[in-house]
Design a protein around this ligand. Structure first.
Ligand code: PMT
Length: 220
Protein backbone atom coordinates (compact mmCIF):
# COMPACT_ATOMS: atom_id res chain seq x y z
CA UNK A 1 0.00 0.00 0.00
CA UNK A 2 1.06 3.52 -0.82
CA UNK A 3 2.33 5.70 2.05
CA UNK A 4 0.53 9.04 2.12
CA UNK A 5 2.81 12.11 2.03
CA UNK A 6 1.54 13.50 5.33
CA UNK A 7 1.15 10.21 7.23
CA UNK A 8 2.23 10.65 10.87
CA UNK A 9 2.21 14.44 10.45
CA UNK A 10 0.05 16.95 12.28
CA UNK A 11 -1.37 19.86 10.29
CA UNK A 12 -3.14 22.76 11.99
CA UNK A 13 -5.30 24.93 9.72
CA UNK A 14 -7.15 28.12 10.60
CA UNK A 15 -10.13 29.27 8.57
CA UNK A 16 -12.90 31.81 8.33
CA UNK A 17 -13.27 35.29 9.74
CA UNK A 18 -13.06 36.27 13.37
CA UNK A 19 -15.93 38.11 14.98
CA UNK A 20 -15.25 40.92 17.42
CA UNK A 21 -18.16 41.93 19.64
CA UNK A 22 -19.31 45.52 20.11
CA UNK A 23 -22.34 44.78 22.32
CA UNK A 24 -24.74 41.81 22.70
CA UNK A 25 -26.22 42.35 19.23
CA UNK A 26 -23.42 43.89 17.12
CA UNK A 27 -19.96 42.93 15.90
CA UNK A 28 -17.10 43.69 13.49
CA UNK A 29 -16.05 41.00 11.03
CA UNK A 30 -15.12 40.43 7.37
CA UNK A 31 -16.30 38.52 4.30
CA UNK A 32 -14.26 35.32 4.73
CA UNK A 33 -16.49 32.30 4.10
CA UNK A 34 -13.98 29.73 5.34
CA UNK A 35 -13.92 27.96 1.96
CA UNK A 36 -10.17 28.35 1.40
CA UNK A 37 -9.24 27.17 4.91
CA UNK A 38 -11.68 24.25 4.85
CA UNK A 39 -10.21 23.23 1.47
CA UNK A 40 -6.70 23.32 2.95
CA UNK A 41 -7.85 21.10 5.83
CA UNK A 42 -9.53 18.66 3.42
CA UNK A 43 -6.31 18.46 1.39
CA UNK A 44 -4.32 17.75 4.57
CA UNK A 45 -6.71 14.91 5.52
CA UNK A 46 -6.47 13.42 2.01
CA UNK A 47 -2.69 13.52 2.26
CA UNK A 48 -2.87 11.48 5.45
CA UNK A 49 -2.29 14.13 8.13
CA UNK A 50 -3.79 14.30 11.58
CA UNK A 51 -5.66 17.53 10.87
CA UNK A 52 -6.92 20.12 13.34
CA UNK A 53 -9.14 22.82 11.82
CA UNK A 54 -9.63 25.94 13.94
CA UNK A 55 -12.39 28.06 12.47
CA UNK A 56 -14.17 31.32 13.10
CA UNK A 57 -17.93 31.48 12.51
CA UNK A 58 -18.78 29.97 9.11
CA UNK A 59 -21.61 27.83 7.73
CA UNK A 60 -19.69 25.00 6.06
CA UNK A 61 -19.63 21.26 6.62
CA UNK A 62 -16.27 20.34 8.16
CA UNK A 63 -14.15 17.93 6.10
CA UNK A 64 -14.51 14.32 7.24
CA UNK A 65 -11.54 13.20 9.28
CA UNK A 66 -10.52 16.64 10.57
CA UNK A 67 -10.92 17.70 14.19
CA UNK A 68 -12.93 20.94 14.18
CA UNK A 69 -12.46 23.56 16.90
CA UNK A 70 -14.85 26.48 16.63
CA UNK A 71 -13.84 29.93 17.87
CA UNK A 72 -15.31 33.40 17.67
CA UNK A 73 -12.70 36.11 18.26
CA UNK A 74 -9.05 36.64 17.33
CA UNK A 75 -8.17 36.16 21.01
CA UNK A 76 -9.90 32.75 21.14
CA UNK A 77 -8.26 31.71 17.87
CA UNK A 78 -4.86 32.69 19.30
CA UNK A 79 -5.39 30.51 22.41
CA UNK A 80 -6.48 27.45 20.40
CA UNK A 81 -3.67 27.76 17.85
CA UNK A 82 -1.03 28.17 20.54
CA UNK A 83 -2.47 25.06 22.31
CA UNK A 84 -1.97 23.02 19.13
CA UNK A 85 1.42 24.45 18.16
CA UNK A 86 4.10 22.51 20.04
CA UNK A 87 3.66 19.18 18.22
CA UNK A 88 2.39 20.58 14.89
CA UNK A 89 4.43 19.85 11.75
CA UNK A 90 2.61 22.35 9.51
CA UNK A 91 0.50 25.36 10.42
CA UNK A 92 -1.61 26.90 7.66
CA UNK A 93 -3.11 30.28 8.55
CA UNK A 94 -5.93 30.83 6.06
CA UNK A 95 -8.14 32.69 8.54
CA UNK A 96 -8.96 36.33 7.99
CA UNK A 97 -8.20 37.44 11.53
CA UNK A 98 -9.49 40.85 12.61
CA UNK A 99 -6.63 43.31 13.09
CA UNK A 100 -8.74 45.48 15.41
CA UNK A 101 -11.44 44.90 17.98
CA UNK A 102 -13.61 47.33 19.95
CA UNK A 103 -11.64 48.63 22.94
CA UNK A 104 -14.77 48.26 25.10
CA UNK A 105 -17.37 45.49 24.75
CA UNK A 106 -20.67 46.83 26.09
CA UNK A 107 -22.77 44.53 28.30
CA UNK A 108 -26.01 46.17 27.18
CA UNK A 109 -27.18 47.07 23.71
CA UNK A 110 -25.83 50.53 22.91
CA UNK A 111 -28.57 53.13 22.64
CA UNK A 112 -29.02 55.40 19.65
CA UNK A 113 -28.10 59.01 20.33
CA UNK A 114 -28.36 62.24 18.41
CA UNK A 115 -25.66 62.82 15.80
CA UNK A 116 -22.66 60.83 14.67
CA UNK A 117 -20.93 58.18 16.73
CA UNK A 118 -17.61 56.35 16.71
CA UNK A 119 -16.17 53.18 18.18
CA UNK A 120 -12.66 53.10 19.57
CA UNK A 121 -10.68 50.13 18.27
CA UNK A 122 -7.58 48.45 19.66
CA UNK A 123 -5.18 46.04 17.96
CA UNK A 124 -5.64 42.29 18.28
CA UNK A 125 -2.61 40.04 18.72
CA UNK A 126 -1.00 39.02 15.42
CA UNK A 127 -1.36 35.23 15.75
CA UNK A 128 0.97 34.40 12.89
CA UNK A 129 3.68 36.75 14.13
CA UNK A 130 3.43 35.15 17.58
CA UNK A 131 3.86 31.69 16.00
CA UNK A 132 6.82 32.95 13.96
CA UNK A 133 8.53 34.14 17.13
CA UNK A 134 7.92 30.81 18.92
CA UNK A 135 8.83 28.61 15.96
CA UNK A 136 10.96 25.53 16.62
CA UNK A 137 10.65 23.00 13.78
CA UNK A 138 7.17 23.79 12.45
CA UNK A 139 6.63 24.71 8.82
CA UNK A 140 4.69 27.97 9.00
CA UNK A 141 2.45 28.92 6.07
CA UNK A 142 0.64 32.25 5.96
CA UNK A 143 -1.80 33.86 3.59
CA UNK A 144 -1.75 37.48 2.50
CA UNK A 145 -4.96 39.11 1.35
CA UNK A 146 -4.01 42.21 -0.58
CA UNK A 147 -5.73 44.75 -2.80
CA UNK A 148 -2.58 46.47 -4.20
CA UNK A 149 1.08 45.45 -4.72
CA UNK A 150 0.18 41.93 -3.62
CA UNK A 151 3.57 40.28 -4.22
CA UNK A 152 5.67 42.92 -2.51
CA UNK A 153 3.37 43.12 0.53
CA UNK A 154 3.35 39.31 0.59
CA UNK A 155 7.15 39.19 0.66
CA UNK A 156 7.13 41.71 3.50
CA UNK A 157 4.79 39.50 5.59
CA UNK A 158 6.87 36.38 4.79
CA UNK A 159 9.91 38.06 6.33
CA UNK A 160 8.37 40.04 9.17
CA UNK A 161 6.31 37.10 10.48
CA UNK A 162 9.17 34.58 10.09
CA UNK A 163 7.20 32.29 7.76
CA UNK A 164 8.40 29.45 5.53
CA UNK A 165 5.76 30.05 2.87
CA UNK A 166 3.14 32.63 2.04
CA UNK A 167 0.15 32.29 -0.25
CA UNK A 168 -0.51 35.68 -1.77
CA UNK A 169 -4.09 36.41 -2.63
CA UNK A 170 -4.92 39.52 -4.65
CA UNK A 171 -8.51 39.70 -3.45
CA UNK A 172 -9.48 42.16 -6.20
CA UNK A 173 -8.90 39.43 -8.83
CA UNK A 174 -12.30 38.47 -10.28
CA UNK A 175 -11.19 34.81 -10.30
CA UNK A 176 -11.00 34.54 -6.54
CA UNK A 177 -10.83 36.01 -3.06
CA UNK A 178 -13.40 36.25 -0.31
CA UNK A 179 -16.48 34.06 -0.67
CA UNK A 180 -15.93 32.58 -4.11
CA UNK A 181 -15.47 28.89 -4.92
CA UNK A 182 -12.31 29.63 -6.92
CA UNK A 183 -9.09 31.45 -6.13
CA UNK A 184 -5.97 32.82 -7.87
CA UNK A 185 -2.80 32.88 -5.80
CA UNK A 186 0.97 33.08 -5.92
CA UNK A 187 2.98 30.83 -3.61
CA UNK A 188 6.21 32.36 -2.30
CA UNK A 189 8.88 30.56 -0.31
CA UNK A 190 11.36 31.99 2.15
CA UNK A 191 14.11 30.68 -0.12
CA UNK A 192 12.84 32.93 -2.93
CA UNK A 193 10.74 30.56 -5.02
CA UNK A 194 7.67 32.02 -6.68
CA UNK A 195 4.88 30.10 -8.39
CA UNK A 196 1.62 31.50 -9.72
CA UNK A 197 -1.41 29.21 -9.83
CA UNK A 198 -4.13 29.98 -12.36
CA UNK A 199 -7.76 30.41 -11.29
CA UNK A 200 -9.19 27.12 -10.09
CA UNK A 201 -11.54 25.64 -7.51
CA UNK A 202 -10.30 26.25 -3.97
CA UNK A 203 -10.39 22.50 -3.27
CA UNK A 204 -8.15 21.67 -6.21
CA UNK A 205 -5.89 24.62 -5.50
CA UNK A 206 -5.50 23.64 -1.84
CA UNK A 207 -4.28 20.19 -2.87
CA UNK A 208 -1.73 21.63 -5.33
CA UNK A 209 -0.47 24.17 -2.78
CA UNK A 210 0.00 21.62 -0.02
CA UNK A 211 1.61 19.09 -2.36
CA UNK A 212 4.09 21.70 -3.59
CA UNK A 213 4.95 22.74 -0.04
CA UNK A 214 5.42 19.17 1.19
CA UNK A 215 7.52 18.12 -1.84
CA UNK A 216 9.79 21.16 -1.62
CA UNK A 217 10.28 20.62 2.11
CA UNK A 218 11.49 17.07 1.49
CA UNK A 219 14.25 18.28 -0.84
CA UNK A 220 16.08 20.15 1.92
O1 PMT B 1 -12.55 32.25 3.45
P1 PMT B 1 -12.71 32.50 1.96
O2 PMT B 1 -14.02 33.19 1.65
O3 PMT B 1 -12.52 31.23 1.16
O4 PMT B 1 -11.58 33.54 1.48
C1 PMT B 1 -10.22 33.15 1.51
C2 PMT B 1 -9.32 34.27 2.03
C3 PMT B 1 -9.33 35.43 1.04
C4 PMT B 1 -9.80 34.77 3.41
C5 PMT B 1 -7.91 33.63 2.17
O5 PMT B 1 -7.47 33.14 0.93
C6 PMT B 1 -6.87 34.62 2.72
O6 PMT B 1 -6.25 35.38 1.99
N1 PMT B 1 -6.69 34.59 4.06
C7 PMT B 1 -5.83 35.53 4.79
C8 PMT B 1 -6.65 36.73 5.12
C9 PMT B 1 -5.86 37.72 5.93
O7 PMT B 1 -6.23 38.03 7.05
O8 PMT B 1 -4.76 38.20 5.37
P2 PMT B 1 -3.81 39.33 6.01
O9 PMT B 1 -2.93 39.72 4.90
O10 PMT B 1 -4.62 40.38 6.68
O11 PMT B 1 -2.99 38.57 7.13
C10 PMT B 1 -1.77 37.92 6.83
C11 PMT B 1 -1.64 36.64 7.62
O12 PMT B 1 -1.55 36.94 9.02
C12 PMT B 1 -2.77 35.66 7.43
O13 PMT B 1 -2.25 34.37 7.35
C13 PMT B 1 -3.60 35.83 8.71
O14 PMT B 1 -4.25 34.62 9.08
C14 PMT B 1 -2.54 36.22 9.72
N2 PMT B 1 -3.03 37.10 10.82
C15 PMT B 1 -3.49 38.35 10.57
C16 PMT B 1 -3.88 39.17 11.60
C17 PMT B 1 -3.81 38.67 12.93
N3 PMT B 1 -4.21 39.41 13.97
N4 PMT B 1 -3.35 37.44 13.15
C18 PMT B 1 -2.94 36.64 12.11
O15 PMT B 1 -2.52 35.50 12.32
Amino acid sequence: SRVLPLAEKKVVVTAGPTLERIDPVRYISNFSSGKMGFAMAEAAVEMGAKTVLISGPVSLEPPKGAELIRVESAEEMLQEVVNQYADADYVVKSAAVADYRPAVVHNQKMKKKQGASSIELERTTDILKTLGEQKTSQCLIGFAAETTDAISYGKGKLESKNLDWIIVNDVTDPGGGFGSDTNVVTLLSRSGRERRFPAMEKKKLAKQLLETIVQEGQKH
